[in-house]
Design a protein around this ligand. Structure first.
Ligand SMILES: Nc1ncnc2c1ncn2[C@@H]1O[C@H](COP(=O)(O)OP(=O)(O)OP(=O)(O)O)[C@@H](O)[C@H]1O
Ligand SMILES: [Mg+2]
Length: 196
């Protein structure tokens, strides 16, 4: 196993070991951290994801954002270009079906897909992060490929990684294609790395 795979497996087992109560409290704390942030307040079109594998539970965040009138989108595996994601409108009455990873997805409807560059904000999942904002995902490269299409000079969309505090490591072993995150939010902290 490479050190990236070992790190993934270690951190995934740490977050899966959190109790239901710890997960519940973390999901509520996350909302308190995020709602006052200007990056969130100023965003209208927001992509996020449904929780899997011990990830921080995004459902309270989703409901709070809907309540604020935000327009939300979920990632779908790209129907034509393997390895990429598209982001499709997600409403309280959207019907979801499990994808090949068992994660709920709306059925593809191209008229409801938002081009990545027109999103104001993307919340990304991650497995491990470090104090430089480097990110290790689940190993599919989906976010790396999809976000690599964005121009680095463009301010939009803002990117915020979401993670439990126990997912922070001293140093993520980085590869050339990994896209770092300028902002990461945990239940206890909002971290900005853009000036480093
Ligand atoms: N921009 C890209 N173009 C082509 N292949 C890529 C790109 N980004 C990543 N990949 C490929 O995807 C594979 C997985 O990448 P990596 O291990 O960084 O995934 P990850 O960051 O853990 O996953 P994810 O981005 O889905 O959260 C690697 O083999 C890598 O070569
Ligand atoms: Mg990567």
């Amino acid at each position: 196993m490479t050190s990236r795979q070992q790190l993934r497996s270690h951190i995934r087992s740490l977050r899966r070991a959190l109790s239901a109560e710890q997960q519940h409290q973390a999901s509520l704390d996350l909302v308190q951290q995020l709602l006052p942030r200007p990056e969130v307040q100023q965003a209208q079109h927001i992509a996020l994801y449904l929780t899997n594998d011990g990830e921080l539970d995004t459902s309270p965040l989703i409901h709070a954002l809907w309540q604020q009138g935000k327009t939300l989108y979920l990632p779908l595996l790209h129907p034509v270009v393997p390895g990429y994601l598209v982001f499709q409108l997600y409403k309280p009455d959207s019907l979801l079906k499990p994808n090949q990873f068992g994660i709920g997805e709306p059925e593809l409807n191209c008229s409801l897909v938002c081009p990545v560059s027109q999103l104001d904000l993307i919340f990304t999942p991650l497995v491990a992060f470090d104090a430089q904002g480097q990110r290790l995902g689940m190993g599919g490269g989906f976010y790396d490929r999809t976000l690599s299409q964005l121009s680095s000079t463009y301010q939009k969309p803002a990117l915020i990684g979401l993670a439990h505090d126990c997912q922070q490591v001293e140093s993520v072993p980085v590869e050339a294609w990994d896209i770092p995150l300028p902002l990461i939010c945990t239940p206890s902290r909002f971290c900005s790395f853009s000036e480093q």
